[in-house]
Design a protein around this ligand. Sequence first.
Ligand code: 5RP
Length: 222
Amino acid sequence: MTQDQLKDAVAAAAIDEIQPWLERDTVLGIGTGSTANRFIDRLGRLRHDFKGAVASSEASAERLRGQGIEVFELNDVGSIPFYIDGADEVNAHLHMIKGGGAALTREKIVAACAERFICIADASKRVECLGAFPLPVEVIPMARSYLARELVKLGAHPVYREGVVTDNGNQIIDCHDFMIDDPVAMEARLNAIVGVVTNGLFAARGADVLLLGGDTGVVRST
Ligand code: 5RP
């Protein structure tokens, strides 16, 4: 199967996962990226079975509206039973690196509000150790050079993602050559540096369910 077919398969599996729980007042949390887009496109068929969604990016909000799904501000929503999103890397503990699409901060906020995080990914995203994918860090623009120096001290090779401005008006530094032995500790350490808005480690709050698409089908793990 191609990577696109695997993304379709996990998007379909996520629909199966949530469909029995949808109620007229359900608001879903929706991620960002090509895998999340496939999920959004399938979710459109169920739009009359739930109330709407909170999006983790302007791009996902627009796509949701295109499917006839109402998009709510997070501040106007109570509980979110499910957050569905892709990942750039995921390990056996369901810790992830996210933010390849620069949406990490809103993704982490919406995920924090959700009762269950369902990660949908093709098998290429499954790793033993997080860090082969450059770890994104969203930064306040005036702190960028300072933060690059601090990230070097931690052993990373920081690269400014030129031309990218996040939905929050900030910038992204990608940490290359940065294998992460303890994702929970590193997530907290990076967040503690002044000028960091968010880092792309989703470990303190990892996924609750992983739907991983491979050649033998979709494997569900918790
Ligand atoms: C965006 C993300 C995405 O979930 C991540 O980049 C995976 O994207 P894709 O499904 O396109 O591989 O974190 O900020």
